[in-house]
Design a protein around this ligand. Sequence first.
Ligand code: HEM
Length: 493
Amino acid sequence: MLPEFQLQTLWSNPNFLAAGAVVLVILVQSLYEKRKRVSEGRAPMVSHLIPWVGSALEIGGDPDAFFNRAQRKYGDMFTMKAFGRVVTYVVSPSLISEIYRNAQVYDFERFRVTAAVDCFDIPASLMKSEVTSKVLHPAQHKYLSPTGIIPIIESYTTAVWDLLEREGSSFEDVSTPLRNFILPVLYQASAYAFFGRSYPVVESYEPFNDFDRTFHLLLAGVPRFFLRKHTKGLATLHRLFEKYFDGPHDDASEMVLENERVMRSHGYDSNAVGTFFASFLFALMANAPNAGYWLIVLNLQREDGLQPLTDEIDEAVASWKQQNPGQQIEDHLHDFVSTAELPLLASTIQETLRYAASVMSIRRVTEPVEFGGYRFNKDDEIVCLTRSVHLDEEIHENASVYDPRRYMTQKRPTKNGKIVANHSMPWGGGVSMCEGRHFANRELKAFVVFLLMRYTVEIDSKSAERPTFISERVGAGVMHPRGDLRVIIHARK
Ligand code: HEM
């Protein structure tokens, strides 16, 4: 207890009184806001103390724990303020699928255009024109479809095989940070597949990382002024793309060449074409390489390590050789990897994405609507929080445990006695569902198959360092690693 004379001193201190008044005003205002929302039938507001900042710092600390607490306290929908932005989060799979189904009321297009212009500097005239919605996006959709993607996957397959041989040999038999080996291989092979060998892939790697590292801050509304490295990275990517589109690049994929032709025929120059493809480069690279990294890291930390996957792949190789006597697998890489039945690897990829992806789908309400028992006004922002579904213990047994066999053995997931069809949504959903998912799945499959055909990878027992998720990259896709895992790679005999 404070002695009486100290209390008297405090009460007569004008600074103390002013601070007390401010706290009182904030509390009254927040109480008023909460009451008003309840009386208007709006989704409940998560309590916060600092007015404009709202819950931003708490979300940034441990987002999974924060959203879990909010769900337990407020239910399947709750509103939150962060850096002045008011957003309602939806965590139930059935409500999320309703949002995905109804693109008229829960619009994505406005966010798509704004993000392309504000985050990637694509000219607004291009993003808002029918060239993009009626020609460029449909063409991208066609080339990224399961059949359209085949030629690109073929070049990817050859590129990743060659890169694993070339890069792998320089890491053999010495302790090495896994990241240095894996991420550049995945990055380069994908870039070659879409843009050809004329793309300055090595030069673009660091600027891409500078841009990508703080992308979530840009999404959260942090002004570019505070993100100097990020902005410089994007400018370098634009410059490299402009040079690439000004020079010979006939080895690019048909998807790139066709979209370039369309843009040029509408008067857009190499610089504008470059901004469009810098945003595609981001989609291509922001998630898949890190997913490949986590797949290896998470399995290496299990008791049986990568052995079950290696055994499955060895069996597929043996079976292919038996069916194709006298043939070399190296001459039929795409055929082999696309036909190989690898149920454990398929489940491992899906589980890695469930476990490591933090995905949010942003929508804007287009008209007043009653939804999930609450009222929404035009222009309200709603976010589908798919990670909450991934971590829901009722839907996924032992959800906090990484289990590569989960999707081989799991019964049909249910919640409240009902089957949950959308139990895993690493690709988002509805109109904004990841266009690159067919490529990404095959990319990861080919990468893991070839890696384990060529090498054994083991943890360097002298190093205790282990990577953890940078979970504050909330909503921005597969989480990046903080720290790394030192490994020793040996060529297989
Ligand atoms: C593991 C890898 C990947 C994951 C987890 C992933 C996830 C996502 C997610 C969550 C979205 C936004 C969905 C939404 O807002 O609801 C998205 C969009 C997109 N992704 Fe992927 N992605 C991956 C790899 C790729 C790859 C390799 C490509 C390119 C080949 C790609 C191309 C795209 C494109 C073009 C969009 C924009 C779709 C639109 O604006 O409608 N993604 N991705």
